[in-house]
Design a protein around this ligand. Structure first.
Ligand SMILES: Nc1nc2c(c(=O)[nH]1)N[C@H]1C(S)=C(S)[C@@H](COP(=O)(O)O)O[C@H]1N2
Ligand SMILES: [Mo]
Length: 239
């Protein structure tokens, strides 16, 4: 695993545009797909054909709900131990591992990236579900920034409370997999994972790490797979 300390790169919309990533459309808009493909080709070629293929394979978006369908009282707090207090001004997200350009991003850096908002159903294996709106940055956009190497197959998420998770790369690159900093149109509450948590309609609740501090691309799944997985729960946990 590469742990090169990277010089801090300031993420601006302009820089994203220079990298060939536009803020609109991406894989969700049918008419934007070919333009996005061309832009991605510029970003990746010839670095990473396998990852590029996954990014461009059309992954059907999960249908979303209307804002009026949000169920604010149904999203229960589910935290295995304690609620870490993270100073948002000092917060840094590390993205490293099998990537060409490791990054350390502040909340301001993340908020300067295109914001995606979605209203989806959160499903916990413990027998409850809630329709919730999440707003944040697509993992797909973060991947385009760090440029996963060809051997990257899995992604590990470490959290400030000691929670950890691993995901398959295609699910990470799904257009509705977000690093969220908003819930129901407001800044993410600390109990729900502030400043930054995973949110996606394609996996069960326990895959959706709160208080994420680092994201690491890896060639292999390690023995340590996830907090609940290592206690007997299913790893893929797709919905
Ligand atoms: N860091 C961390 N992330 C976590 C958990 C946790 O205990 N710690 N619990 C998981 C479970 S089981 C669920 S259902 C959701 C709950 O998210 P919520 O508390 O925002 O409703 O967070 C997931 N992410
Ligand atoms: Mo859960």
């Amino acid at each position: 695993m590469q742990l090169t300390p990277s010089p801090r790169r300031l993420l601006t919309r302009r820089r994203l545009l220079q990298a060939g990533i536009s803020g609109t459309g991406l894989l969700l808009g049918g008419c934007g797909t070919s333009l996005f493909s061309r832009q991605l080709n510029q970003v990746f070629e010839p670095v990473n054909q396998q990852v590029e293929e996954w990014m461009l394979r059309p992954q059907a978006p999960v249908p979303e709900y209307a804002v009026s369908a949000i169920e604010p009282d149904k999203l229960l707090i589910n935290t295995f131990d304690f609620t870490p207090q993270i100073d948002p001004a000092a917060f840094q997200l590390t993205i490293d591992g099998a990537v060409e350009r490791p990054q350390r991003l502040s909340l301001a850096d993340l908020q300067a990236m295109p914001l995606t908002s979605m209203v989806i159903r959160h499903v916990c294996v413990e027998g409850w579900a809630a329709i919730v709106q999440w707003g944040g940055v697509r993992l797909q956009d973060l991947a385009a920034l760090v440029q996963p190497r060809p051997e990257a197959r899995y992604v590990y998420f470490e959290s400030a409370d000691g929670y950890y998770e691993s995901w398959d790369l295609p699910s990470v690159l799904h257009p509705q997999t977000l690093m969220a900093y908003q819930k129901n149109g407001e800044p993410l509450p600390v109990q729900n994972g502030a400043p930054l948590r995973l949110a996606a309609p394609i996996k069960l609740g326990y895959k959706q790490s709160k208080w994420v501090t680092s994201i690491t691309f890896t060639p292999q799944l390690m023995e340590r797979q996830g907090y609940w997985e290592d206690r007997g729960y299913e790893w893929f946990a797709g919905l």
